[in-house]
Design a binder for this molecule. Structure first.
Ligand code: NAP
Length: 508
């Protein structure tokens, strides 16, 4: 349906398209919800995606060595198992092909508008609709679901002189495949999950690699291997084998919650394993000292790699821990005054997780943006799926649904259950608006933060992006993931303030 509206924010005499539900983003989350809506027989929805394909983070992160830290059979939709995974831990290209295949198979691509950058979403209390502006036109919607995820906005470090660098410079999530690093002097800033995959992949081809490390990460072995043909055949043809394998991976991963979230002292076992690996793989005592972390394992995401330490031990790789003072046109100067010349700079410094710029573009009932609301109270929501002051808006991968130990796709599917049930409930009860009650949200967050205060993420002695400027942990789920699945099984409308559509005037 197309109509004209006179409101300046949306329309301004441009045509406005109305849809019942708008989903923003088509990574694992947005795409999964689109499929569910189609399965429910809903046709009046659109997915607005700023990229030119589905896949989200798996479309964007094409850096050398990009692969998943969660085993393939768990890191996939429960409704679209893939017996053909080539390895126990999939690489980026294979995951992206899987996502593309699922989008095609479930026939939801025609519900997508690609290259559609959403520039604003504003709640209109009079019409009870969201007014959405985008690079592909204006929309109104009864309900908006934000599925943009936490790892989509690259976080560029605010280092003196970084803009004056004249060589190749790019973020890990925006890899420049035209840049030829062969035989070049390269620096990489960061030693997180992305960097530890990039470093071993490029070290053999570059002349020199300087690794600028601010905090040493803990590493565990990566038990990765190609699947045998016989295994793939069994996954495909023997009933239950793949489900069983998935369940076993899920259960094994879930045991980590006991140490991470309940009894951090139990993480000592993992730490001993990581320490032994470090001792064994890093023979040079000076390098070993540099890369030995000074916080409890698990406080930051535990990384897995068998190639990282051997790469750091190469003759052409240096780990620099002195701290960056300045970046110049062709070099990096550290705080001890040493200047190291480079031809290319890779910035692997992570993402805007607790301060996403997308928050500035969403304006709620009282005229404040999500960013303003979060600035005041911290990034808080209800079941990761709703935020008070933002009626008829749901979030996939909202506050406190993040994980470090297992598959985010599991959390996403839990939220899809909740949000799709919310949409059904709204229809069934004829609701005009639903907005989570502030007191319910507050009580939920008090309980969450009390649980989080005992976890290794809060007590492990590290500074991580899991925590915000208020000292709260607005990112992680502090319990077993099956508890979240239970909590999101049905939409609990009683937690929400609701209004119903005014009755139509009776004809006389
Ligand atoms: P990240 O974990 O946030 O790591 C960023 C790195 O950059 C850290 O070492 C950080 O140091 C450093 N850094 C940040 N700002 C800096 C500055 N101004 N100066 C010097 N160093 C700076 O980012 P990421 O590696 O891209 O990973 C982000 C998340 O993506 C992961 O936690 C994970 O959830 C996901 N991921 C998953 C995989 C996988 O499954 N294999 C792969 C990649 C990413 P500090 O530690 O001192 O802050």
């Amino acid at each position: 349906m197309s109509r004209k509206v006179t409101d300046k924010a949306v329309g301004d005499d441009r045509p406005v398209r109305h849809v019942k539900t708008v989903i923003i983003g088509s990574g694992f989350a947005g795409l999964g919800l689109a499929i569910r809506l189609s399965q429910q027989g809903r046709t009046d929805y659109l997915v607005l995606e700023r990229g030119s394909d589905v896949g989200g983070t798996w479309r964007d992160n094409t850096y050398p060595g990009a692969a998943c830290d969660v085993p393939s059979h768990l890191y996939s939709y429960s409704f679209a198992l893939n017996p053909n995974w080539s390895r126990s831990f999939s690489r980026q290209g294979e995951i992206q092909s899987y996502i593309q295949g699922v989008a095609k198979k479930y026939n939801v691509l025609d519900k997508h508008i690609f290259d559609c950058d959403v520039t604003g979403a504003r709640w209109n209390d009079d019409t009870a609709q969201w007014e959405i502006t985008s690079s592909k036109g204006d929309f109104t919607a009864d309900t908006v679901v934000s599925a943009v995820g936490a790892l989509c906005e690259p976080n560029l470090p605010d280092i003196k002189g970084i803009n004056t660098f004249e060589g190749e410079i790019f973020h890990s999530a925006r890899w420049n495949h035209d840049a030829d690093l062969n035989g070049k002097r390269v620096a990489i800033i960061g030693t997180g999950a992305s960097a530890i995959q990039i470093i071993p992949s490029i070290a053999p081809q570059v002349a020199k690699l300087d690794v600028y490390q601010r905090t040493a990460p803990w590493l565990l072995p990566r038990v990765d291997r190609p699947y045998l043909k016989a295994e793939q055949l069994a996954f495909k043809h023997v009933p239950g084998v793949q489900r069983l394998s998935r369940a076993a991976i899920y259960a094994a991963r879930e045991t980590q919650v006991v140490g991470l979230a309940k009894f951090p002292a139990l993480m000592q076992g993992f730490q001993l394993l990581a320490k032994a690996k470090l001792q064994y793989e890093v023979r040079d005592p000076e390098l070993r000292k540099k890369v030995t972390p000074d916080f409890r394992i698990g406080c930051k995401r535990m990384l897995i790699s068998n190639e990282y330490y051997p790469a750091l031990s190469r003759d052409n790789v240096d780990v620099v821990t002195d701290g960056i003072a300045e970046i110049r046109a062709g070099s990096i100067v550290t705080k001890d005054g040493t200047e190291r010349e480079i031809d290319a700079l890779i910035v692997a410094t992570g993402f805007h997780v607790t301060d996403s710029p997308t928050y500035e573009t969403i304006t709620g009932r009282d005229g404040r943006t999500l960013s303003e609301v979060f600035d005041e109270i911290g990034q808080q929501g209800y079941k990761g799926s709703a935020v008070a002051n933002f009626p008829n808006m749901f979030f996939l991968l909202g506050p406190n649904v993040g994980l470090g130990h297992t598959s985010m796709v599991y959390m996403i599917e839990s939220q899809i259950n909740y949000i799709s049930d919310a949409l059904t409930t709204v229809d069934r009860l004829g609701l005009r608006t639903v907005e989570v009650r502030r007191e319910v949200q507050d009580a939920y967050n008090e309980d969450l933060q009390a649980k989080l205060s005992k976890t290794v993420w809060n007590t492990g002695g590290c500074a991580s992006w899991y925590l915000d400027k208020h000292g709260n942990n607005p990112t992680l789920w502090p319990d077993f993931t099956f508890q979240f699945r239970r909590l999101t099984k049905n939409f609990d409308v009683s937690a929400y303030a609701t209004t119903t559509a005014p009755a139509e005037p009776k004809a006389v």
